[in-house]
Every structure is written in structure tokens, then in C-alpha cells.
Design a protein around this ligand. Structure first.
Ligand SMILES: Cc1cc2nc3c(=O)[nH]c(=O)nc-3n(C[C@H](O)[C@H](O)[C@H](O)COP(=O)(O)O)c2cc1C
Length: 313
């Protein structure tokens, strides 16, 4: 199936994924101007009233960019909603998204038909993130337009499935947009995601090492210095399994090789400590060599993608 027309404006088949605390308007705007979808979790705008200001600014700045650059219009942006009982802002945040007719809503940790209906009512589309084929079926049954397959090695909350069978199995029955997430950090890997059967790549951790990211310098540097072996998979910090930078676990006085298991009922996505002190990261960061403007990173991805494509022909 062809991608929905909303993706026509992309100049690289990539969504800059939503990053708790880290994704702020500066990063989202830079991503969209450079031609990839920029996104942020609604919960990053605190207090709730700030969400309205953020959406106002993002909408205005992207419209101004489009007026000045009609030949390279900005890519659309996305807002991520955590659809979990611990999120008591969901209704208010959706209301604000409706006001600004947010073009893409990314839902995580729960699929709800009424939420999909609401987004469709203002002309938006929904993408739901899932960690296996069973959840993928559920999300589509409940009305999601596209699926984000969060494979093993992804930063933050991550699945356990290898991307090869994961994309293969979902593609067998789903012909809508598939976005592959997990340790994608080069243009070559973006192309690989498409060769596997995905439409777009979902890239998170590399954008932590950008000037625009809302992260302390030591975290950004940790992404630059880290490699796949420096990532620890644990459910201790939020109750859900995720990938974190080993150095931050050590700095918190814990032994990364002997972390206790957590009770899933301890799930607390908004627990800032987990993300402020224990730093989320995917396994793809070996490819990240510098903290730089997001636009510079995206231009490099575009060159790598074009070179990889040319080499295949
Ligand atoms: C620090 C951090 C915070 C994240 N926060 C969120 C979030 O708030 N909502 C969400 O849907 N995904 C979140 N994710 C997951 C990403 O959206 C995405 O699946 C992941 O970054 C992709 O893998 P990569 O980091 O290897 O590129 C987070 C990931 C990281 C690294």
C-alpha cells in the first residue's frame, strides 16, 4: 500500500522518535525543517498548559518555513500520547491536540478506538507502537493507521524481537504503514529497514547527541562514546523492560550485571528519576560520533542513504 499523503513531504524516510524529557520544540522544529518527522511526548510539556504554547510555536514556525521555502516544505510533526492509566493528562492533552489539529499522533502503552476516532475526526493519523505481532493485531483492530515495530535494541522501552522476523510477520497481514524502531543510526540502516519491508525508520538515541536535545552534556557525551555493548536491558527502572546506558547505571551505584527484576505493577512512566539519572539509549549509538545540530546529523543520514541505495543498484 502507498504511504498516506501526509508522508509525501519527507526528504528521508525517517521519523525522529519521541524521547521523554529530551524532545523539545527546538529539536522537533529542526527535524521537520530538515525533512523528517519530528515528534515529542505530550508529557514533556509541563505543566499541561505548556502543550498549547508548544503546538502554537511549532505550527507557526513550520508554516513560516513553508512560506519561505516552498520547494522544500517542512515534514509534518507528531505528538506522542502515553495511553496508560498512570497518565492522568491524556484527555486534556488530546483536547489540546484537537485544537491544533496535530497531523500525526503516536500512541504508546495502550490502544484505544475512541482515541483513533478522535484523531481521525480532525484529519490526523495515528501510529501505534508495539513489541510483537499480537499487539500489532490488537492495534489495527482498534483503528490505528500505522504500526511502529519496536524491535530489540531500541532505546527506552524496547521489545525482544529481532527485526527480521518481526517485520516479516507483520507484513504478511498488514499492508499499511510500518515504521521500524530499534538501533537504526545510519542511512544504510534506514535503507535496510525498507528492504526488510518497513516504510520508514524510527530513530531516537542518535538525536540525544544534538545541540537541540534537552539532555545534560554528560548524557550527550555518553551517547557519543557508547557502543552496543554499553547498553543494559532491564525492567528495574520503570517496571517495563528497556535499554539504558551502562555508565549511568554504574553512576547510580548499581551493578548493571546484577540488576534485580521489577514488579510490572511498579510501572511508572512519569517517574523522572528513571530517565533523568538512568539514561535511556538504544544499541545503535556506536555510529554516533559527535554532538552536533540535528540538521547536520540528518544531512549525513541522507548522504549515507543515497550512497547505500546507489551501491545496491
Ligand atoms: C531516552 C529515551 C526516551 C524515550 N521516551 C519515549 C517516550 O516518551 N515515548 C515513546 O513512545 N517512546 C520513547 N522512547 C522510545 C523511542 O521513541 C524509540 O522507540 C527508540 O528511541 C528507537 O530506538 P533507538 O533509540 O535505538 O533509535 C524513548 C527512547 C529513549 C532512548
Amino acid at each position: 500500500m502507498a504511504l498516506p499523503p501526509i508522508f509525501d513531504r519527507l526528504r528521508l524516510p525517517v521519523i525522529g522518535s519521541p524521547l521523554f524529557i529530551i524532545s523539545v520544540p527546538d529539536l522537533v522544529i529542526a527535524q521537520c525543517k530538515a525533512g523528517i518527522v519530528g515528534s515529542f511526548p505530550a508529557l514533556n510539556a509541563r505543566p499541561q498548559s505548556l502543550l498549547d504554547e508548544w503546538l502554537d510555536r511549532i505550527t507557526e514556525e513550520l508554516a513560516a518555513w513553508d512560506r519561505a521555502n516552498p520547494d522544500v516544505p517542512a515534514a509534518p510533526f507528531a505528538v506522542n500520547q502515553i495511553v496508560h492509566r498512570s497518565n492522568d493528562r491524556l484527555e486534556a492533552d488530546l483536547h489540546t491536540c484537537a485544537k491544533w489539529k496535530v497531523p500525526i499522533v503516536i500512541t504508546s502503552l495502550g490502544a484505544r478506538p475512541e482515541l483513533n476516532d478522535a484523531v481521525h475526526s480532525w484529519g490526523g493519523i495515528t501510529l501505534h507502537d508495539v513489541i510483537d505481532d499480537r499487539f500489532a493485531h490488537k492495534a489495527v483492530e482498534k483503528g490505528a493507521d500505522g504500526l511502529i515495530l519496536v524491535a530489540t535494541g531500541a532505546g527506552g522501552h524496547a521489545g525482544r524481537l529481532n527485526p527480521f522476523p518481526f517485520v516479516q510477520e507483520v507484513r504478511e497481514w498488514f499492508d499499511g504503514p510500518i515504521i521500524l524502531s530499534g538501533a537504526i543510526a545510519t542511512g544504510r540502516a534506514v535503507l535496510a529497514a525498507q528492504v526488510l519491508g518497513a516504510d520508514l525508520a524510527y530513530i531516537g538515541s542518535p538525536f540525544i547527541a544534538t545541540d537541540e536535545a534537552n539532555a545534560v552534556d554528560a548524557y550527550k557525551q555518553g551517547i557519543v562514546e557508547g557502543r552496543a555493548a554499553d547498553i543494559v536491558y532491564s525492567n528495574l527502572f520503570t517496571g517495563i523492560h528497556g535499554n539504558y546506558l551502562r555508565s549511568s547505571v554504574v553512576a547510580a551505584g548499581l551493578n548493571p550485571d546484577k540488576l534485580p527484576e521489577s514488579d510490572p505493577s511498579a510501572m511508572n512512566f512519569g517517574g523522572a528519576k528513571a530517565w533523568k539519572e538512568i539514561w535511556g539509549s538504544g544499541q545503535g549509538i556506536g555510529a554516533v560520533t559527535a554532538v552536533e545540530p540535528a540538521a547536520v546529523k540528518i544531512e549525513r543520514l541522507k548522504k549515507e542513504y543515497a550512497a547505500a541505495k546507489a551501491a545496491l543498484i
